[in-house]
Ligand binder design. Structure first.
Ligand SMILES: [Zn+2]
Length: 389
């Protein structure tokens, strides 16, 4: 880690560093702000700094390579507890029978898969699908762990992800801990919906509000740290993630290093071919076939990118229409195509098209049937594009 790896949030980091330097660090924090703004990665950096053996100054942060830093990165450090919503099957403890308990072993495998995903993507917020929230047993486990002192000079850090999902009785247990906090424990609660937390919990935490990472910040960071990513892919990642670093990270993890076969750009080009065919009467059949094939063959996340590519292209056309001189496009390599499209569809309601595209993306996220989504989307979009003023 170290502070340099963090994208944006410079002002918030300054405040936290100052509190650390002057010994005014609170015993409990509530980090709030949009999903994917990096709240958890900053919590983990603080945890690393308070346990790292090689910290030379608070300004620089953790070393990232010592045994403590490595253990924290592996979610194995005895002083750092990471809590998120899990299934109750994971907490069923009937010790001796545990190994034979299939429900438990299955739940454990799902839990470990999420931790693996979190290691790959530090901005990802894990939650088990069948979870009822953060459960009372999880907070009781924290109470037990709080009783043991860490090694001299270090602290125990309890990071509670998605704190708004604390089960009511778990929230009450946590409140007790916060009311009489052991001096060697630092609580960091994370929530993008802090208004749904118990007010009594909120009032015991120092709130730090994180801002949405701007396109400029993400672009700059990528240019410095991932110089192999260039336009049009760079612009696409920045535009598509809309300040959500978790989304940006998924795209970075799935990219190919060969610029000619960047999966993202291939998908975008497929999406634009599909749009072109759909608008060419003699090729309409091809478009319908493609629609069916994509719905069947693309994964849910690929299909999301496919639709997102159309959304970003419509946005470009819309911006060009409103301001013909606009320079910053989502697709800087498609300047001419954007111009032609904006001109040919000068009466199109691009706002409405954006809305139906976003709705289709949301339906995909809700696990609706891919073929039905694509079919309905195609019909609606074609009707909107063919509308005359
Ligand atoms: Zn270290």
């Amino acid at each position: 880690m170290s502070w340099n790896t963090i994208i944006g949030q410079q002002q918030q980091i300054r405040v936290l560093k100052k509190a650390l330097k002057t010994g005014r660090f609170a015993h409990a924090y509530l980090f709030t702000g949009h999903e994917g703004s990096g709240k958890e990665s900053i919590a983990f950096e603080i945890a690393a700094m308070l346990n790292c053996r090689h910290v030379t100054s608070i300004s620089e942060g953790s070393c990232g390579t010592c045994p403590d830093c490595r253990q924290i990165q592996a979610f194995m450090h005895p002083n750092v507890e990471y809590v998120f919503p899990v299934e109750s099957a994971l907490l069923e403890v009937s010790d001796t029978a545990k190994k034979e308990n299939k429900r438990f072993t299955d739940a454990k495998a799902r839990y470990e898969a999420l931790i693996e995903q979190k290691k790959q993507n530090p901005y990802f917020s894990p939650a088990m699908e069948r979870s009822m929230g953060i459960l009372t047993e999880q907070i009781i486990a924290l109470q037990h762990k709080a009783m043991f002192m860490p090694n001299e000079g270090s602290k125990k850090i309890f990071i509670i992800s998605q704190a708004e999902r604390l089960h009511p009785s778990a929230a009450n247990k946590l409140l007790k801990l916060l009311e009489e906090p052991p001096a060697h424990v630092l609580f960091i609660l994370i929530s993008s919906r802090p208004e749904t937390l118990l007010p009594t919990i909120r009032s015991r935490c120092q709130v730090v509000q994180f801002s949405r990472v701007t396109a400029q910040e993400l672009r700059l960071w990528l240019q410095l740290n991932r110089p192999e990513i260039i336009d049009p892919e760079l612009s696409f990642i920045v535009s598509f993630s809309r300040g959500n670093l978790s989304v940006a990270w998924e795209m970075l993890n799935n990219r190919s290093d060969n610029p000619d076969e960047t999966a993202i750009i291939l998908l975008r080009n497929q999406a634009l071919d599909y749009l072109r065919n759909m608008l060419t009467p003699s090729r309409f059949h091809e478009a319908i076939n493609a629609c069916e094939q994509h719905a069947k063959n693309l994964s849910r996340s690929e299909l999301t990118l496919f639709l997102a590519a159309l959304l970003l292209f419509f946005q470009d056309a819309n911006h060009r229409q409103i301001n013909p001189d606009v320079q910053e496009l989502n697709n800087p390599d498609l300047n001419d195509a954007v111009n032609r499209f904006a001109k040919n569809f000068s009466h199109t309601d691009f706002l409405q098209i954006s809305i139906i595209t976003e709705n289709a993306i949301r339906a995909l996220e809700r696990n609706a049937n891919q073929l039905l989504i694509m079919a309905a989307f195609t019909v609606e979009m074609k009707a909107l594009l063919q509308q005359k003023a």
